[in-house]
Design a protein around this ligand. Sequence first.
Ligand code: COI
Length: 360
Amino acid sequence: MRTETQNISIEKVTESRINEVDFNNLAFGSVFTDHMYECDFKDGKWQTPVIKPYGPIMMAPSAKVFHYGQAVFEGMKAYKADDDTIWMFRPEENQKRINISSGRLQMPAFPKELFFEGLETLLKLDRDWIQKGEDNSMYIRPFVIATEAGVSASPSNEYKFMFLLSPAQAYFKAGSGVKVLFADKFSRSANGGVGYAKAAGNYAGQFYPTHLAQEAGYQQVVWTDADKHESLEEAGVMNVFFRVGDTLITAPTSDRILDGITRKSIIQVAENEGIKVEVRTVSVYEIEDAAKNGTLLEMFGAGTAAVVSSISGFGFKGNDYELPKLDDKDCYAIRLRKRITDIQTNKAEDIFGWRYQVKE
Ligand code: COI
């Protein structure tokens, strides 16, 4: 059946797949809801968007995205509160950031009105897929790809903007925490590069070094500056925080580091809790010394998918360091994660004005 909202053409599935899904056993990003959103850019403008059943898309094999990686994406989440209302967390930040990423890759900005109209219509259509309860959310994947056929190495004249929805649980398995390796050879980004953008290629470039790290028993790489490998920047899918004594330290954003929305929310929440936060260059040697002298109490990652994920230890240049196991009540990661998720799921007062309700 095809219907039209004011601006979106909607083709609904004839039968939902929802009953085939085991919502208690979801591998991150592996299950998608019944519908997806598509909007094409052609002749210098965005065309009428469509929502249609989730499925393959057709593109010329010479489409520029396949050859030059002209592609950007975002990661967002929607939550269902106990009273069935649907909420997003600071979605305007993602909307702005995808256009910042697009700009860096010489791609057109996607208008804010289309972004919100499309996303909210899609979320309402697939609302039954949004599960309530701890750790449950709907991961939202907006992305833009260059669709023009032709392999000349120049920006595409045609693009596709899409939203996919994927029900999600915790990104990292609950339990002992994530073990990370501090990079001392490979680099993720360079000065003047695309590190601050959510460019698809930023992630592809991490796969090989991360694979090597995983073979050596680590789950993620914490990237260091490309020049000397002396300052700690960000982990593969999240920004990183270090707790030395009672102070929380994280690297400043730059053209090499993603301006993480969870990262900046954590900084505000921690300061609001009276925790001392330092945003400054974090030296690998300072963290290694703190691990040796017992003042490194915590490390954790922060990101949309990862939320706040504790790091259990790190490796650097052949040495491994374990972090102490703190009681839950003494642990900044647990405390900050709860503050953030309570705001996200409408369980706590939103003193920062971050929550965004998807209105019926
Ligand atoms: C997110 O947190 O949304 C990310 O970008 C991580 C993703 C690459 C899995």
